[in-house]
Design a protein around this ligand. Structure first.
Ligand code: SF4
Length: 65
């Protein structure tokens, strides 16, 4: 799995960082998402997929197995 985020699209809802803090953080400067890792470990894949699905502006892209 590889994760990317579109910070320009992010509206700073923070739901991804709440759901999977191992993968997503919220910037203290602009409130937008900061990617902690592009390659989450296997046990985080399901939660990362869900965070991508729940992002209100589809700013999270997940690719690969
Ligand atoms: S869920 Fe989407 S809009 Fe909300 S902080 Fe994460 S990337 Fe940004």
């Amino acid at each position: 799995m590889r994760v990317s985020v579109n910070r320009g699209r992010c509206v700073g809802s923070g739901s991804c960082a709440l759901a999977v803090p191992e993968v997503f953080e919220q910037s203290s400067k602009d409130g937008r998402v900061v990617l902690v890792t592009e390659t989450p470990s296997a046990e985080l894949h399901e939660a990362t997929e869900e965070a991508a699905d729940f992002c209100p502006v589809s700013a999270i892209t997940v690719t690969g197995p």
